[in-house]
Write a protein that binds this ligand. Structure first.
Ligand code: FES
Length: 110
């Protein structure tokens, strides 16, 4: 399966175009970590369990994303800096449908 391109705005406002594999069961948070687009220890703190909101991002493009599960919705209702387009990056798997997905990392929570 081919890689897809993601466009990611980091917490300093810099935009990165990165390739993400669709066949490694990765999610958005793991891609951000693997390209070191956020400081170590500031993203993916709960390991992708929808329990920390450190992977919150704002979805900018108009892609059809998987619906939120209850855990994600509950976590975002308690998180800071939440916007109408907030999602938890760890809950969105990399699939071919996400080619060109554009998102911005939410600020650090503390
Ligand atoms: Fe903790 Fe996504 S990594 S909620």
């Amino acid at each position: 399966m081919p890689d897809i391109t993601l466009i990611i705005k980091d917490r300093e406002g810099k935009t990165h175009r990165v390739l993400a594999p669709t066949d490694m069961a990765m999610n958005l948070m793991e891609i951000v970590k693997s390209y070191e687009l956020a400081d170590e220890g500031t993203i993916g703190i709960c390991g992708g369990m929808a329990m920390c909101a450190s992977c919150q991002c704002y979805i900018i493009s108009k892609h059809n994303l998987p619906q939120m599960e209850d855990e994600e919705e509950a976590m975002l209702s308690d998180a800071l800096n939440v916007k109408h387009n907030s999602r938890l990056g760890c809950q969105i798997s990399i699939t071919e449908d996400l080619e060109g997905l554009t998102f911005e990392l939410a600020p650090e929570e503390n």
